[in-house]
Design a protein around this ligand. Structure first.
Ligand code: NOJ
Length: 749
């Protein structure tokens, strides 16, 4: 028997399906689209290309617009009933009965809120992230939503940018894993399954590179860098079958994203063969006038259509000018037909023509116990343990009294985080509530906020907080940002703790009671000053509905810390942009420049790439995260010192759990291409494995590499690996001190 390659099997199945459809006379998607296009007027085609925000200020949309076929989609279309009503008008009362597609920002959950996407990335657990997206889809679908504006796939190397909270972090490899997981989670195996929704890869592309971390700002990204970093998660999303893509607000190399023929036509359609539809971001099309790229609204419509934006979100340049542009001959009707076909294709795949209405109402779906349990697990797997001196955690039996300090310990809204329009603070179980559950005769919990709000500057609550900590055996001090400080347009020039939180920590440190600092934030904050004085440090992000129980599970040892940083944590804002996969430069800093005290200018040590007044390295590196155990890596071996084209190379090392508890280690594989036609990063993540070991247990960790793992977009803009020396590193983080190093050569013809 000959076994077919799985991709060939898929092609054979598709051909068979097509043949069966033809024999049975079932119209194919294309035939259905063609039949509709034939019947549609130009105005109805433009209607399909128009998305309205219900209640939008700039132009009211009425039910008669829906009836007249002038609307293809709504975002934020209200509750189930409101959507049902609009859909009924579209389906039963419009001439062709084309259903509406309802979009919504279901970014990290619908009602059950998961950790912010950056935190989800910290889980390094795509399977769990996929499960969370599937939960979000199920809840959203129940409410009549067909389409989420997620995943956001903008690689970000600048924590000043508020939207880093929604991003997969700084690394393109991790970004591709998150992209695939989220698309598969939302869309499932079949888009017409009533529990799935269409995903939207956004913001295409480069939006995360906004200059100065200021949202909507200009981006300049050379093509190789664009392809090697920013485009990769989007490509992964397209390969995973993402139904839609959203353009960004940014101008990229001088061309706004919504009129970028190069990224939208050449890359997305011609190279990647994307067959879904492209939607603009909210008024990003008409903003091209302010960018100074389009002279007026007609020019906006012309340039966006030529670039291939199929649907316009909120602004109305298509409604106003597309017909005229076609009639004048500036736009060929064939182009319009292609764009409408892209939209109809997604509506057909979603099964909207057969099932336009939400599934039967089931009040059990939102906040279902299974959903909350996935949220609890993902929250636990996203919190990064950064410090655990003297094994202050898990909480020891000798601890009889715990002080909980800081308003963020009991702030449901903050813990839900940014971009959760359907999430509710009151659903969230806060850390304080979860600590109260474990309170007993043997363990007293005392809470003092110390500050009215994380941004308050009044120190009047400090005395009471200090008094509580003095009486306690252990203090958990919650600091960070509330939900309003990150997200769209919520950028910061300072990344220190807002309000008087730093002063509060300083007062608490004086008590000498052991402290576990819990940072709740939508981005990396600079916490350099405090951590040396705190025994424990946990980066908890904005962990969502079940953040409190997840944290208590971790600190009591009921669950294990497994999370790893998906971004570096800078020491100070002046180091930004700071990321592990940087180039070496001709004058790399050396170890003598380590440990330069922050803020105190030194005499120049050398003419190298470093700061006079701060260490040049991050406070914590990408990939870093502690467990309740310790691990040792040794005996890194390669199957050969040479990899020939077409061959694989095996790298293996011994990993031993050298601590006292069973734990999961994330063994990371990095490579460095030593000499390239372009300068190459000092290291790039190309794989990792999560391995659970008992105390004392050891195993061989084995990675297999092939030439494609070494490939990149080269100077000549070809994609491939270049012959020569490579460094291969395996270890527990991107920090050199945590990595074993070996070398091999790639030999090509
Ligand atoms: C603007 C945001 O940039 C985008 O991410 C979001 O999906 C849309 N508004 C719709 O709300």
């Amino acid at each position: 028997m000959t076994l077919l390659d799985p991709s060939l099997t898929k092609i054979v199945l598709i051909i068979n399906l097509f043949a069966v459809q033809c024999l049975l006379g079932v119209p194919t998607d294309q035939a259905r689209i063609d039949a509709l296009l034939e019947k549609m007027t130009l105005a109805e085609k433009v209607g399909q290309m128009s998305q309205y925000n219900l209640g939008s200020q700039d132009r009211d949309v009425s039910e008669s617009d829906v009836r007249n076929g002038m609307v293809g989609s709504f975002l934020n279309a209200g509750d189930r009933e409101s959507k049902q009503r609009l859909q009924q008008i579209a389906v039963d009362e419009s001439r062709l009965g084309i259903p509406l597609i309802f979009g919504r920002d279901v970014i990290h959950g619908y009602r059950t809120i998961f950790p912010i996407p950056l935190a989800q990335s910290a889980s390094w657990n795509p399977e769990l992230v996929k499960a969370a997206a599937a939960v979000a889809a199920r809840e959203a679908a129940q409410m009549g939503i067909h389409w989420t504006f997620s995943p956001m796939l903008d690689i970000s190397r600048d924590p000043r940018w508020g939207r880093i909270a929604e991003s997969p972090g700084e690394d393109p490899y991790l970004g591709t894993l998150m992209a695939k997981a989220m698309v598969e989670g939302y869309q499932g195996n079949n888009l017409d399954d009533p529990n799935t929704i269409a995903a939207c890869a956004k913001h295409y592309v480069g939006y995360g590179a906004a200059e100065g971390g200021r949202d909507y700002n200009t981006t300049w990204i050379p093509e190789q860098y664009l392809r090697n970093v920013y485009l990769r998660p989007f490509k992964a999303a397209v390969e995973a079958g993402v139904a839609t893509v959203m353009t960004g607000f940014n101008d990229l190399n001088g061309i706004p994203a919504s009129a970028n023929v190069f990224t939208l036509r050449q890359i997305l359609r011609d190279e990647w063969k994307f067959n879904g539809f492209v939607v603009s971001d909210w008024t990003s099309m008409t903003e091209m006038i302010l960018h100074g790229f389009c002279v007026d609204t007609a020019d906006v419509a012309l340039k966006s259509a030529i670039a291939g934006v199929d649907m316009e979100m909120v602004s109305h340049s298509y409604q106003m000018y597309l017909e005229q542009l076609v009639n004048e001959g500036a736009i060929n009707i064939k182009l319009i037909d292609e764009m409408v076909a892209n939209i109809l294709g997604v509506k057909i795949k979603l099964g909207l023509f057969e099932n336009p209405y939400p599934p039967a109402e089931d009040k059990q779906v939102l906040l279902h116990a299974d959903h909350l349990s996935t949220a609890r697990q993902l929250a636990a797997e996203s919190m990064v343990l950064l410090k655990n001196e003297g094994q202050v955690l898990p909480i020891q039996p000798s601890v009889k009294r715990i002080a909980i300090i800081g308003p963020l310990a009991d702030d449901g809204d903050a813990q839900i985080g940014t971009w959760a329009p359907d999430g509710r603070g009151e659903d969230a179980i806060t850390p304080l509530a979860a600590f109260k559950v474990i309170e007993s005769a043997n363990l007293k919990i005392e809470y003092v906020a110390g500050l009215e709000h994380p941004r308050s500057t009044s120190t009047s609550g400090f005395r009471k907080a200090v008094k509580a900590v003095k009486k306690a055996d252990l203090a958990f001090v919650f600091v960070g940002e509330d939900e309003l400080l990150s997200g769209e347009a919520h950028n910061r020039a300072f990344l220190s703790l807002p309000g008087a939180q730093a002063e509060l920590i300083a007062e608490i440190i004086k008590t000498k009671t052991p402290i576990v600092l819990v940072i709740m934030a939508g981005r990396p904050l600079t916490i350099t000053e405090y951590i040396s004085e705190c025994e424990g440090v946990i980066y908890a992000w904005h962990p969502g509905t079940m953040g409190g129980p997840a944290l208590v599970d971790l600190v009591t040892g009921k669950s294990q810390f497994t999370a790893r940083l998906p971004v570096v944590l800078p020491r100070t804002v002046g180091q930004i942009p700071l990321y592990y996969a940087h180039m070496n430069t001709g004058r790399p800093a050396t170890k003598d420049m380590l440990g330069i005290p922050q803020g105190t200018p030194q005499d120049p040590i050398a003419y190298l790439s470093y700061y006079l007044d701060a260490d040049y390295t991050p406070l914590f590196d990408f990939g870093f995260g502690l467990t309740y155990s310790t691990f040792e890596y040794s005996k890194l071996e390669l199957s050969s010192r040479e990899m020939k084209s077409g061959e694989t190379l095996t790298a293996s090392c011994t990993l031993q759990n050298t601590g006292n508890s069973k734990a999961i280690e994330t063994a990371q594989l990095y490579i460095r291409d030593r000499f390239g036609s372009l300068t190459r990063p000092v290291k790039e993540l190309i794989g990792y494995q999560r391995i659970e070991l008992n105390p004392g247990e050891s195993t061989r960790v084995v990675f297999e590499l092939s030439e494609s793992d070494l490939a990149y977009w080269k100077q000549d803009l070809g994609f491939g690996a270049e012959a020569g020396e490579f460094h291969l590193m395996v270890g527990s983080s991107a920090n050199d001190d945590d990595l074993l190093l070996s070398k091999f050569n790639l030999v090509t013809e």
